[in-house]
Design a protein around this ligand. Structure first.
Ligand SMILES: Cc1cc2nc3c(=O)[nH]c(=O)nc-3n(C[C@H](O)[C@H](O)[C@H](O)COP(=O)(O)OP(=O)(O)OC[C@H]3O[C@@H](n4cnc5c(N)ncnc54)[C@H](O)[C@@H]3O)c2cc1C
Length: 541
């Protein structure tokens, strides 16, 4: 008898569940002579998704491209827009106590004559050269600041003038992935899981569904959101909170219209507030905004009042929705025959939009570590190790934003960077970085989302080094950089001249009709489990 896993059950129909279905189906069911692995998504018709999660990282481009999806159709279907950077405002205060802004684009400044170009910038800056790190080092920034897009409407998909990610409507994206996945053979069951049944070894043997009864399980993905229905509630895997390092545990979320006559930003903005920070994610059709805050420093009412005033919401506008956040990770993501993906596996506050990235990595890794019926503990062990490392890596990068803030105007900002809050892994590196710029040896693992360039960008943006001279500047001639700066300025002008207006390009993209290969009849309903024929499962190219 074949040892192959023949059926994967995914419980949960949010972004995690449907991304998982799409990626797994494309990754597992391409060419195997023994037939496809059956994939089913069970989604409750009664429990809503978390309904937020609208900014992505550049891994989304890779995923969509790998799934052979038309980028323009995706943008149209999901009311998407381009995200080329994150603008940080009011995370630090300058010399006069005024808030300073900095930018975190997706580009890397690179090397000059074998030395990190940031050393050159620092040396020239002290000698009276350009003072703004972002403007000098990122040729794309002039374009991004002016709300332009990284590609033309007619250009080649996924091929921008500079790296970019997307903003998307979370609900529409789940629908989009549902259509893609079901039209390529994934089964869709709308039902509630009411019980998780274990065998004598503690493996998930079956699920009890309210309408469909007993549902046997071979391998199950828990994508049930913060509650972790299988990994936590049924298998009892402990949760490791990160609350000692990251204070924010709640969020407010509200959608507001674009102001008439304003440009459509091609970047996310993150603004420091009294007890946390607020996000601003511009979709084509509306703004998604929210306030991530610490309940130890602001009650719901206080946060709502502050946020309403900040947004200038009219009195008759409903209050923002309050969303509790469970910050941390499941001790192990893969336990027995269950793998927790998305919020069920863990969550780090959304400052750098890392959660959907994590889901994509979890699925790519699962394809690499895909087990047979024996569910080798060796596979699970290694998968759990890399998963844990990625969580901790992202946690450290997020903590860095707080640890290097110099705000003293509210108790939250002082407590958020208290020594006791900073994990040793980041405290040690900050000590090291007093003497050098962050480098690959300390930051770049093959699974890292944030490399040394990202750490440098945050430290430089927050003016953490001030006028300090680093030993690494010793081997550099000030004049070497002047030529490179002139070249980068020229490049910035070229990009700016080529890049179209963000809103205009999306309007043009949305004016066309697309006929995705997986959905040859536009508007046709996705097949449900009872309608799906076995043959449809092999539809993927
Ligand atoms: C405030 C906030 C802001 C965020 N911003 C970002 C961001 O900018 N970028 C980013 O990458 N991520 C962000 N995230 C994270 C992002 O929202 C999630 O990664 C993403 O939405 C995936 O969620 P999920 O699918 O794991 O869970 P959910 O959306 O909660 O979906 C859970 C699913 O499980 C189903 N379910 C639950 N119980 C059962 C049951 N008993 N039977 C059957 N089905 C069941 C539900 O019906 C639902 O379909 C943010 C999160 C929060 C809280």
């Amino acid at each position: 008898m074949s040892k192959r896993v023949q059926h994967v059950t995914i419980v949960g129909g949010g972004t995690a569940g449907w991304l998982a279905a799409g990626i797994l189906n494309a990754g597992l069911n391409r060419r195997c002579e023994e037939g496809d692995v059956r994939i089913t998504v069970i989604e409750s018709p009664n429990i809503p998704t978390v309904g937020v999660g609208e900014a992505t990282t550049i891994s989304m481009n890779v995923t969509l491209n790998q799934l052979n999806l038309d980028e323009r159709d995706f943008l149209k279907q999901c009311n998407g827009s381009f995200k080329c950077a994150v603008k940080f405002a009011n995370w630090n205060h300058g010399a006069a106590g005024k808030p300073i802004d900095f930018w975190h684009p997706f580009s890397r400044p690179g090397y000059l004559y074998g030395h990190n170009a940031t050393y050159h910038f620092m040396k020239l800056r002290r000698a009276g050269g350009p003072q703004d790190y972002g403007d000098a080092m990122f040729p794309s920034l002039k374009t991004i600041k002016d709300c332009r897009a990284p590609r033309q409407a007619e250009g080649k998909d996924y091929d921008g003038l500079f790296p970019y990610a997307y903003h998307l409507d979370a609900g529409l994206f789940a629908d989009y992935m549902t259509t893609y996945a079901t039209n390529t053979g994934v089964e869709h069951v709308r039902d509630d899981v009411t019980a998780v049944n274990l065998d004598e070894r503690g493996f998930v043997k079956s699920l009890t569904l309210k309408e469909h009864g007993d549902w046997p399980v071979e391998l199950v993905l828990d994508c049930t959101g913060f509650k972790g229905l299988i990994i936590k509630e049924a298998l009892g895997e402990p949760f490791r909170p990160y609350s000692e390092h990251l204070l924010c545990d709640k969020a407010l979320a509200v959608q507001i219209p674009h102001q008439e006559g304003t440009k459509l930003e091609s970047y996310t903005t993150s603004t420091g507030m009294n007890a946390g920070w607020s996000w601003r994610v511009p979709l084509y059709t509306r703004l998604g905004t929210g306030y991530v805050f610490s309940s130890a420093f602001a009650s719901d009412d206080e946060a709502i009042t502050e946020f309403r005033q900040y947004l200038k919401l009219p009195d008759d506008h409903p209050d923002p929705r309050v969303i509790p956040m469970r910050i941390g990770r499941s001790e192990r993501s893969w336990v027995k025959n269950c793998i927790a993906v998305g919020l069920a596996g863990g969550f780090i506050e959304p400052l750098e939009s890392t959660s959907i990235h994590f889901t994509q990595m979890a699925l790519r890794w699962l394809i690499d570590f895909f087990p047979d019926k024996e569910m080798s503990p060796a596979l699970a062990r290694h998968y759990n190790r890399v998963t844990r490392d990625l969580y901790e890596d992202i946690r450290d990068f997020i903590v860095l934003h707080y640890a290097t803030s110099n705000r003293t105007d509210t108790p939250f900002w002082i407590e958020a960077r208290a020594d006791a809050r900073i994990p040793a892994s980041i405290a040690e590196r900050l000590e090291l970085w007093r003497h050098k710029l962050p480098g690959a040896l300390e930051c770049n693992h093959n699974w890292s989302l944030f490399e040394s360039w990202n750490y440098i960008d945050v430290l430089m943006g927050k003016e953490w080094y001030g006028d300090r001279e680093l030993p690494g500047e010793g081997a550099i001639a000030v004049d070497d950089f002047k030529e490179a700066l002139a070249r980068m300025a020229q490049q910035a002008d070229q990009i700016y001249a080529t890049a179209p207006d963000h809103r205009e390009v999306l309007t043009r993209i949305r004016a066309n009709d697309y006929r995705p290969w997986y959905n040859p009849v536009p508007g046709a309903a996705a097949p449900m489990i009872d309608e799906i024929a076995g043959a449809a499962a092999s539809a993927i190219a």
